[in-house]
Design a protein around this ligand. Structure first.
Ligand code: ADP
Ligand code: ZN
Ligand code: ZN
Length: 736
């Protein structure tokens, strides 16, 4: 027999410790050559037994052998994730400075994380029994339904349960089963056949679309940015590119920002393709999610559509990655493993040597910059597909208006005219609730959250004051707690108030509110879509939920009630987001054959950036904002990371970050160009009773920043922090 090898498995375990753990192989590993990275095991960890993932096998360990414990048991007969995925997650964990073990386990579906077996890929099919095969059709002369079912199974060998039950009733199926004419069987899923890829004929492409299809080649890694106005036919290009990949026997991964809001996208993919397609959305049970994941992993599913975390779906034959609405902030995870799914997607494409297509009507400044330095290639779609036209902008100067709770007279006139033409209106306001402030007219008292530096929002539906940052709720006071006056005024407008005001002005028109509150009721969104689709004149009022991906063909007027908040925010990304939001919202209108108008209410009609956006469009706007970023030395010209700390006392958070800054200054090589800002309070200093501070680290180059963080974090881990202090690192942060 072969000589004994002292093998050690390096194992990822979900733990905040920034390390992997070594184990000896133990009695369960009788056949070590079969042990491979990517397999799950159970190991003793402290006094518990936990699920771990083998990351590497080594001959030795830095830990003395007698201190190592053996693996308890092996859970898989083959790796659940392949070396490429393993390497991608490890890369991501290092780049975003997050514990590798935790990142790796988070990349698995929760069922697998808990040690459950990979779901079996089997399906139920129906077929004829011998008796069913022998029976003559005449036997059913008076039972046409029975006859049809028998015919169906005679024409098709085995029909999937879902397909058969959509055509015939369950009682009928049961009846024929009882008569021993048909039977069901569990069979292994077969790999998709590549001959029938499509269910419908693709559209003939327009000239610009064709040009793009020619430019994008499937020859190794390249990142393409399709910059195309809303409705210009980007999705059609994704569909046809995916088709191209499928013909070559490759799988496709499509990332989209939010699935629940875009049933149309889902529908278009499933109407186009005959091949198995999985959609990873938050509505799936753990079991369904694990199954969908397993089908992608085994190659049974050829198209995977999902939100952020779908980037971690293993795909053995990956041929193409698409990231739709690449500018969307939801691609960046805001807690824990703070990765950007878009950036990881680019890294994944590079590692797997496949093309990646980013698409947006309002590309992020990062992506535009990457095109500028020729890292990505930008492709344009300037015209809307079909006969649709782009919307025209008009500014409503709020300084000269008499106000109706945030809606100007001219705006109301425009809404009236639109409704009279039997068309639909979309009113956008990024503030939910009834009023963003409740104040005392007598003494100026304002209702504020006890635990946050924030005002409470009055919600009429629930009749509650709600904090939008910690979700604290309380009944509104009847008199001012400060001066006992009864003159409490709800000032400003949120979506609830706009809905009410619009309903009062247009009592015979249906006003539909779409925000996080109204869409809680299941089926509500469905009914909104149905109303909109029916084409009857109506008014949609809502938050950014309305800005995402919908096709509202009958909407010809879009109103942006408040463009000012984006112009006034101290967050350097706010202006970019405002430009994207305004352009996206305006893009919802006039997608049919009707021309659209977009009204922008503002108190700063002369603001140069706003003017540029409205007069010359998003591209010119983005160009200008990028220039600003360059002058101010901000991303993408500068690499940023923040160390955040929060504690129940401000001083503790600040002290920790002062320590972090001193350490970092010691570690940063004096020659490198690294700047520190802070410690400073976060934009919202107090939230949910905790004080939040941050230290910003700016560097000219990614590698300098990474190098510093790699050395800084171990030293921060040695800091004896009080229990009530939490800290984290955010690389390429989006929020401050
Ligand atoms: P985007 O993804 O850029 O918003 P879509 O691909 O959804 O654009 O296209 C917008 C509308 O135009 C859709 O209804 C789509 O079916 C239609 N469309 C796209 N490409 C074509 C084409 N080549 N010919 C006709 N209609 C098209
Ligand atoms: Zn008062
Ligand atoms: Zn609060």
């Amino acid at each position: 027999m072969g000589q004994p090898v002292a093998l050690i498995a390096r194992i990822a375990i979900a733990s905040p410790l920034r390390t992997l753990f070594d184990y000896t192989l133990g009695a369960c590993c009788a056949d070590p050559p079969n042990l491979r990275p990517g397999m799950r095991v159970k190991v003793p960890f402290g006094r518990r037994q936990v699920v771990g993932l083998i990351v590497a096998l080594h001959n030795g360990s830095e830990v003395p052998k007698e201190k190592l414990r053996p693996i308890d048991c092996i859970l898989d007969t083959e790796p659940v994730i392949d070396p490429t995925m393993l390497a991608l997650v490890v890369w991501g964990a290092r780049y975003y400075q997050y514990p590798e073990g935790d990142a790796l386990l988070q990349a698995l579906p929760s069922l697998l994380r808990r040690g459950e077996p990979l779901p079996e890929l089997r399906k139920t099919v129906w077929q004829l029994t011998q008796q069913g095969l022998d029976v003559s059709p005449q036997a059913f002369s008076r039972a046409p339904n029975q006859r049809a079912l028998i015919e169906e199974l005679r024409n098709n060998d085995a029909v999937e349960d879902g397909v058969l039950s959509s055509q015939f009733s369950r009682p009928l199926m049961r009846l024929l089963t009882e008569r021993n004419l048909i039977e069901k069987k569990l069979i292994d899923e077969t790999l998709p056949n590549t001959k029938t890829i499509l269910k419908e004929t693709p559209r003939a492409l327009e000239v610009q679309q064709q040009a793009i299809m020619h430019r994008i080649v499937f020859a190794g890694f390249h990142c393409w940015l399709i910059n195309g106005v809303t409705g210009s036919g980007k999705t059609e290009i994704y569909l046809q590119l995916i088709e191209r990949g499928l013909r070559a026997g490759r799988q496709a991964l499509v990332l989209i920002p939010e699935i629940s809001l875009t049933p149309q996208t889902q529908k278009r993919f499933s109407e186009r393709f005959a091949v198995p397609l999985v959609i990873l959305h938050s509505g799936l049970s753990d079991k369904q999610r694990a199954k969908a994941w397993a089908r992608a992993r085994s190659g049974h599913a050829t198209i995977v559509i999902g939100t952020r975390s779908a980037i971690f779906t293993p795909l053995p034959n990956l041929g193409l990655i698409v990231v739709d609405e690449e500018h969307d902030v939801s691609y960046k995870q805001q807690d824990g493993f703070r990765y950007s799914a878009r950036d990881l997607a680019v890294m994944r494409a590079k590692r797997e040597n496949v093309p990646i297509v980013l698409g947006s009507a309002t590309p992020s400044l990062e992506s535009l910059y990457n095109c500028e330095i020729q890292r990505y290639t930008q492709l344009h779609l300037t015209a809307r597909a079909g006969a649709a036209k782009t919307a025209e902008w008009r500014v409503v100067d709020m300084r000269a208006q008499s106000l109706n709770s945030g809606i100007a007279e001219t705006t109301l006139d425009a809404i009236r005219t639109t409704l009279e033409r039997s068309q639909q209106v979309l009113v956008f306001l990024n503030r939910r609730g009834f009023a963003p402030a409740l104040l005392c007219h007598a003494c100026g008292w304002v209702a504020e959250c006890r635990d946050c530096d924030a005002r409470l929002t009055l919600h009429h539906d629930r009749y509650r004051l709600v904090c939008h940052h910690c979700d604290a709720q309380s009944p509104p006071p009847e008199v001012c707690p400060n001066c006992q006056s009864q003159q409490l005024v709800a000032t400003g407008a949120g979506t609830e108030r706009s809905e009410l005001v619009l309903q009062q002005h247009f009592p015979t028109t249906q006003v539909l509110r779409v925000d996080r509150d109204s869409t809680q009721k299941s089926g509500y969104m469905r009914s909104v879509f149905d109303t909109v689709q029916s084409g009857q004149p109506c008014i949609l009022v809502g938050t950014q939920m309305l800005a995402k991906g919908h096709h509202f063909e009958q909407v010809t007027l879009v109103v942006i009630l408040d463009a000012d908040s984006g112009l006034l925010s101290p967050d350097f990304r706010a202006v970019e987001r405002m430009g994207q939001l305004l352009t996206q919202v305006a893009g919802r209108s006039g997608r049919g054959t009707l021309a659209g108008l977009a009204l922008v209410q503002t108190h700063q009609p002369d603001h140069p950036v706003l003017q540029l956006l409205l007069q010359e469009g998003y591209a010119a706007f983005a160009h200008q904002v990028l220039k600003h970023r360059k002058v101010q030395q901000l991303p993408p010209y500068q690499q940023i990371a923040v160390v955040r700390a929060e504690a129940s006392h401000a001083a503790a958070a600040e002290r920790f970050l002062q320590h972090a800054r001193r350490e970092a200054q010691k570690l940063a090589p004096p020659s490198s160009r690294i700047d520190f800002l802070g410690p400073m309070p976060a934009l919202m200093e107090r939230r949910a009773g905790r004080y939040r501070y941050l230290l910003r680290i700016d560097a000219n180059h990614r590698s300098q920043l990474q190098d510093l963080l790699n050395r800084l974090i171990p030293s921060l881990e040695r800091y004896k922090k009080p229990r009530y202090l939490r800290w984290s690192v955010d690389v390429d942060p989006h929020d401050f």
